[in-house]
Ligand binder design. Structure first.
Ligand SMILES: [Zn+2]
Length: 318
């Protein structure tokens, strides 16, 4: 090939916006990030996304650049590029792709998907599950996000809420979730969830621990204590792993993926401690045929913006 085709991927997060200029084989040529500052309103956020993209336009020949992919929270319509109900951004309805396109210095095709779907496509296109046509991606960080590829196709659902596993209530009398419901999976399977489980276990006084309620019980603190062998911290991570096992079982029963890829800050940091209890729980909950060949992998993509770039090649092929 005389030149490498490239795409720009943008991951729009509640805290920061990350952008990467990525080649067709997943190599990152440039990466930038800025604060989202969503409280300044959607137009200011669209300005910042466009500024990141415009800043990368001169880095490659115009004919090399195929387009822009954006991963966003909320219900994202890949056909219209409209984002609805992105609670963490305070967005009710924003025309994301047309808003960014109108701010670019040159015309480019832009595609948008829910952030976890973009990550699933990133794994499928460049990542650890490259070419795997039946896969689920679960991102465990400040929340729990899910995306799925079935028969090589990204699944959105009738109302764009497919794989919203973070807001599946596992315990309707559980903790209040940001969505307004109670006991959603992300109230236990997330950084916030790990802190909540730890607090609950401290109150039961059933386990020895170096932690106490006067600390903020940040997930990294709990994880560090678990790595030192702290019994309560290990029990908290095991409980979170069991809840994750229920989500694995549901994914296996509904979609029968061959691979589940785990990403997100906490998912990667606690991977080795979470997966054994999750698999044990899964063995109690679903058919052997749905789980016996299932592989659970760590995400190897350096940034969700790389996954967003994969949208460009995915949509161009369709
Ligand atoms: Zn919820």
């Amino acid at each position: 090939m005389d030149f490498e085709t490239c795409a720009i991927g943008v991951d729009l997060g509640a805290t920061k916006i990350a952008a990467a200029l990525v080649t067709y084989n997943g190599r990152t040529l440039a990466a930038r990030q800025v604060m989202t500052l969503a409280d300044q309103g959607p137009n200011a956020v669209l300005d910042r996304i466009a500024e990141l993209v415009n800043g990368m336009l001169g880095m490659v020949e115009p004919k090399q650049l195929l387009g822009v992919g954006i991963g966003s929270p909320g219900q994202v319509d890949p056909r219209s590029g409209v984002v609805r109900n992105a609670v963490n951004l305070g967005w009710k309805e924003v025309e994301l792709t047309t808003g960014v396109a109108s701010r670019l210095h040159c015309p480019l095709s832009i595609w948008a998907e829910k952030d976890a779907n973009a990550s699933a496509l990133g794994e499928y296109t460049f990542g650890t599950a490259c070419g795997i046509s039946e896969l689920v991606y679960l991102g465990i960080g400040s929340g729990l996000g899910g995306g799925a590829i079935s028969n090589g196709t990204s699944i959105s659902g009738a109302n764009l809420t497919a794989m919203e596993v973070g807001h599946l209530s596992l315990d309707p009398s559980g903790l209040l979730c940001t969505c307004g419901n109670y006991g959603c999976a992300e109230t236990t399977i997330s950084g916030r969830g790990l802190s909540a489980i730890t607090r609950k276990l401290i109150q039961t006084q059933r386990f020895q621990t170096c932690l106490d309620m006067s600390q903020d019980l940040h997930p990294s603190q709990v994880l560090e204590a678990a790595r030192q062998g702290d019994p309560l911290s290990l029990a908290a991570i095991t409980e979170m792993g069991q809840q994750l096992g229920f989500i694995f079982s549901m994914c296996a029963a509904l979609l029968n993926p061959s691979h589940i890829v785990i990403g997100g800050g906490l998912g990667l940091a606690a991977f080795d401690l979470l997966i054994p209890p999750a698999l044990k729980e899964m063995a109690r909950r679903c058919l052997p045929a749905a789980r016996s060949d299932l592989k659970i992998l760590r995400s190897t993509l350096e940034s969700p913006s790389i996954g967003a770039a994969a949208l460009v090649w995915y949509h161009q092929r369709r």
